[in-house]
Design a protein around this ligand. Structure first.
Ligand code: SAM
Length: 234
């Protein structure tokens, strides 16, 4: 049973409540049981899942206050960060989307077994949902889904004007910014903050916080093939 809660306290500033700990333990159990079937993660040791997935999903909250926002997690996979956010901040309204049906089936198992409320998992491609859910969300978040210019284009339309897009990135975020051909300006986004987290044992993390200044121009998001073809990813 995981017991290094001190690391959560050191980073987040508080020790999770008993209810949160119990839900994380149950989540980990389901992840282990279902991992082979759904091909969810190569990280399976308890310590690594709690630190490299659960805690990593929350590092951005040191810079951004979560309360009762309506949040979209694009490409949630096994539920990072969306399910973890729901466990820690039950007052949020959360939508998880993933283009892989197996992942969505897994997310629904977790939602049901953990009795999570006001959270849904949708099997859909983000670029197909974007125009249907235009300006619906206070916060759009995404971790490890696509190169920066691609994920910004997928995410921007979902955010309300004045809303945030938060991208949980690794150490190459600066290169991705350089190679993004100012797509943020074209999408009417501005990069407000860059959170650089030193390597505390699970790699350097860079989280990017964008805000949406105006409606997304009609052109975006383009077809996925076109977005990827014109991406600055080398
Ligand atoms: N966010 C999770 C994490 O941090 O562990 C999963 C990351 S995984 C590398 C990327 C996920 O994004 C996959 O589950 C994939 O199916 C999903 N995905 C990729 N492109 C997508 C798109 N255009 N729309 C929705 N989901 C997408």
């Amino acid at each position: 049973m995981f017991n290094n809660w001190k690391i959560f306290e050191n980073i987040l500033g508080f020790i999770p409540s008993e209810q949160i700990k119990q839900k994380l333990n149950e989540y980990y159990k389901i992840l282990l049981e279902e991992n082979a079937k759904y091909n969810l993660t190569r990280i399976i040791s308890e310590e690594e899942v709690y630190e490299k997935h659960f805690l990593d999903s929350l590092l951005f909250t040191k810079e951004f206050k979560i309360s009762d926002q309506n949040i979209l997690d694009i490409g949630s996979g096994p539920g990072f960060p969306g399910i973890v956010l729901k466990i820690f901040y039950p007052e949020t309204e959360i939508t998880l989307v993933d283009s892989n049906n197996k992942k969505v089936n897994f997310l629904n198992i977790v939602i049901e077994k953990l009795k999570l409320e006001r959270i849904v998992a949708k099997h859909v491609r983000a670029e197909e949902l974007a125009r249907i859910e235009n300006e619906k969300y206070d916060v759009v978040i995404s971790r490890a889904v696509a190169y920066l210019d691609v994920i910004l284009e997928l995410a921007s339309r979902f955010a309300k004007i004045g809303g945030q897009i938060i991208l949980l990135k690794g150490p190459r975020a600066d290169d991705e910014i350089k190679n993004s051909k100012n797509i943020d300006q074209k999408l009417k986004l501005s990069l407000d903050k860059k959170q650089i987290l030193e390597d505390t044992g699970f790699g350097e993390r860079i989280n990017l916080f964008y805000s949406k200044k105006q409606s997304t121009p009609e052109l975006y998001p383009r077809d996925y093939a076109k977005i990827v073809k014109e991406s600055g990813k080398k």
